[in-house]
Design a binder for this molecule. Structure first.
Ligand code: URA
Length: 200
């Protein structure tokens, strides 16, 4: 699908409308577009809305979201300062993995959101977001905590916060990666790591 080419997040939201471009339009409660500062320096990309997000229409409002809020403090960031979106804008039934056709149909809108927000750093949460942004088949366990580049964007792949709810050992790894995010933002501020390239 070609990039929609919108001027603003509001225009993009209008373009998406009451989406039924894939089958999830029939099973979701509501579409979860994304939330946060449209001029954020940091954009977080998760996988897909879960049950709570589907009810509230906002990403990361359940248990994983509460942990994400806690993690943000380790990078000295507030939720209102960042932007949060997902690979898919609609909840897959029973929180199953996103299907290839759903990702293909939905991500042109995410790509456009990234273009409009133009953050300094994209933080990809887990495998689905990391694969989409970095076009890689390398798993998150190998990539987490490494600073990557996708076009003009600095990318920091990290574990999905939900993974730490089931595996407590990932909590400390996530905290370390948010401390790395803080350092990365300081480096970008001081021009030590200037953005390269043009496009994502
Ligand atoms: N998990 C995600 O990947 N995204 C959400 O919005 C909530 C949970």
């Amino acid at each position: 699908m070609p990039a929609p080419g919108c001027e603003s997040l509001e225009a993009l939201r209008d373009l998406i409308g009451d989406c039924h471009r894939c089958g999830l339009g029939l099973t979701r409660g509501q579409l979860v577009f994304g939330v946060g500062d449209p001029r954020a320096r940091v954009m977080f990309i998760g996988e897909a809305p879960g049950k709570n997000e589907d009810l509230r229409g906002e990403p990361f409002v359940g248990a994983a979201g509460r942990f994400l809020d806690e993690l943000l403090s380790h990078a000295e960031l507030e939720r209102e300062q960042v932007y949060i979106a997902n690979v898919l804008k609609c909840r897959p039934p029973g929180n199953r993995d996103p299907e290839a056709i759903e990702i293909e149909t939905c991500t042109p809108f995410l790509r456009e959101q990234i273009r409009i927000i133009a953050p300094d750093v994209l933080v990809t949460l887990g495998n689905f977001a990391t694969r989409f942004v970095l076009k890689t088949t390398v798993g998150i366990t190998q990539l987490r905590g490494t600073v990557q580049q996708a076009g003009r964007f600095t990318v920091l792949p990290i574990f999905h916060p939900a993974a730490a709810i089931y595996d407590r050992s990932k909590r400390d790894v996530l905290i370390a990666d948010f401390e790395l995010l803080k350092k990365l933002l300081e480096e970008l501020d001081s021009g030590q790591n200037p953005p390269q390239g043009e496009l994502f």
